[in-house]
Design a protein around this ligand. Sequence first.
Ligand code: ADP
Ligand code: MG
Length: 308
Amino acid sequence: MMNKKKRIVIALGGNALGNNLEEQKIAVKTTAIAIVDLIEEGCDVVIAHGNGPQVGMIHSAMSSISSIPLYVSGAMSQTYIGLDLENALRDELLNRGIKDMPVATVMTQVVVDKEDKSFENPTKPIGRFMSLEEANLAKKEHGYDIVEDSGRGYRRVVPSPSPKKIVEIDSINALVERGQLVICCGGGGIPVIQEGNSLIGVDAVIDKDFVSCLLAKELDADFLIILTAVEKVAINFGKENEKWLSYLSIEEAKGYIEEGHFAPGSMLPKIEAALDFAGSKEGRAALITQLEKAKEGINGETGTRIHM
Ligand code: ADP
Ligand code: MG
């Protein structure tokens, strides 16, 4: 009997890529080991990733030269991250004697709804911290929305609309079907709105956890694996009665969301993405675990699994 390979979409978090050029070069090596482990376990893997620190870094560097739309900085971050990640993966594959797996990074645009409520209510802080004077200047000169970020200074906030359609999905799918290792939807994808036949970039940052869910559904994956800095999801996180969870049903997860166990902007989008994917079709499941534990996680030895 032929066993169909399990198809996995992996969402990489900040710890998989580091915060600057030097850190990224090192971090991608660990990331490549975790991913090639899954390939050796017999999985078909597709990779998506975040870009928080990178897009902030590129955007402020570029802005000191001339004005640049945020979505263009997002596009730059996709290739810059893709470059290091792709090469680390290729090295790791070859080092393990896997010679027949091409790796490619696909620049990815993601359509969002022009009417998305987040456009009226930007919540996602990006880039560096500013003083009040700098913030006021940025507001005046560039029309940025500014918030005070938890006592640490002022930051630009941008809308975080929900992803509706992955523009390059057919190209991604064609590569995946040929058994190639694809890196796509970097930084949540470049947000665009559709105007007739044209796609227009918008200054927003799509959550990488949500776009990974959409990608996993579109590719009819079996598993959505969200790799982050914690081995498991907890309830009462950081409190005395903290409890780490190995398994979460959709019903339980909904209850815990109501009770506020998952921090918005960090664990909450992961849980929401996991729930959405696991509930979308029979046989689909999501796993949230630590980058270094991916292999144990897929073998059911650790992590938090979410299924119907
Ligand atoms: P990533 O870059 O992978 O998206 P985030 O920092 O956005 O990472 O989210 C992961 C973080 O969420 C964990 O490192 C942890 O500190 C935090 N977190 C918040 N609530 C929980 C929870 N209930 N259980 C586990 N981790 C949580
Ligand atoms: Mg995050």
